[in-house]
Design a protein around this ligand. Sequence first.
Ligand code: SF4
Length: 417
Amino acid sequence: MENANHTFQWACGEASRCLFCIDAPCTKGCPTHIDIPRFIRLLRWKDIRGAKQMIKAENCFGAVCGYLCPSEKLCEKDCLRARIDSPIEIAALQRFACNNADYEPAFNAKSRTGKKVAVIGAGPAGITCAMQLTAFGHEVEIFEREKYLAGTISKEIPHFKIPPEVVDRELGELGTERIKVRVGIEVKPELLENETGKRFDAVFLGVGLSQSHKSRLQKKGVKNVYDASMFLNSVKSGSIGPIKGICVIIGGGDTAIDCARTALRLGAKRSVIAYRRSRNEMPAAEAGFIQAAKEGVEFLWQLSPVCTIGQKEVAEIEFVRTELMRSRQGGRRAFKRVSASKFRFPADIVVLALGKGRDAEFTSILNDQRVNAETLQIENTKYFVGGDLINAGETVVEAVADGKKAAISIDRYLNSM
Ligand code: SF4
């Protein structure tokens, strides 16, 4: 979230700490390859507009990524300034530039090629791919099953992580009026083989993950047990209001952290994350974990949920303790349940942050065929894939990178026809 101390003077001061490295590791660490030393140099010379132009030329979700990127694992990870004192606050500088300058998307479209591309899904991968293809001169139509753009950014990411006005402004700056965007239309795989698919010379599948993993903790008729996606979406849309009592969140990823912090803001007496492994194995970003702990989120380690207790509403959750095993081939450590270690924990709301999977129909398309990792093309077809469909719910910036990569491959494919 934006820091009130991040003023113009702060930005110039922070920018002047940059070493403007040749072959900069920060740029290599950015999946969208923003030229970071160049945008920082522009900021240093007070050209905020130029800095924003440079960021958005490589990443049309530059502002969103400034808020949501795990920068400590990406651009800031190998910053050479850390050898002197501390890494440059690249994500904060990116937010500053994007929030404090106007922007007109540079649109040097080549002459029209007459080729048509369908983009299925208006998340960051789909939108990025569509914008890039339009700039290459192809005609693009986006199909989105929801009534809004930007997928989980609009639907689930809490406002305390990214202000809604930042998302609105970024969407307004995309220039999507140059392409046909059809919202509220679900394109099923079979439709691609029929009338919809036949109209297009190439198709990009950028559908997100929509199927929350099922859990036996969700029992028919027992209220107040939500999957994380539904919980966050309902809070954003206002259909879940203030919370009383104890909220227990099951999971260890960024979404679990988002749910726990959301529950505190809704008034939960206690917000408790239960994870089946230890802190060392928890996949959530360090910054989010620290912030959640500061806000009062509690953590229970090495607990596996067994069942919820309660007739009409959940009242308790039964856990069993786990024991961690040695990791195999450097992966995360497996765990086993400890016998005779069951106990109950009070819970007025249970949120299951267990991850999401692909739609079964799209899974079958991908399972049957090979996706070329370099081109993102489903081999020997006119279909290309990217975003959550192939990287199982990674970051926004990786989805943007996939969208760019797929657009270049699609352009090459269309030009070879
Ligand atoms: Fe600046 Fe750090 Fe990038 Fe070097 S690695 S150019 S110091 S931000």
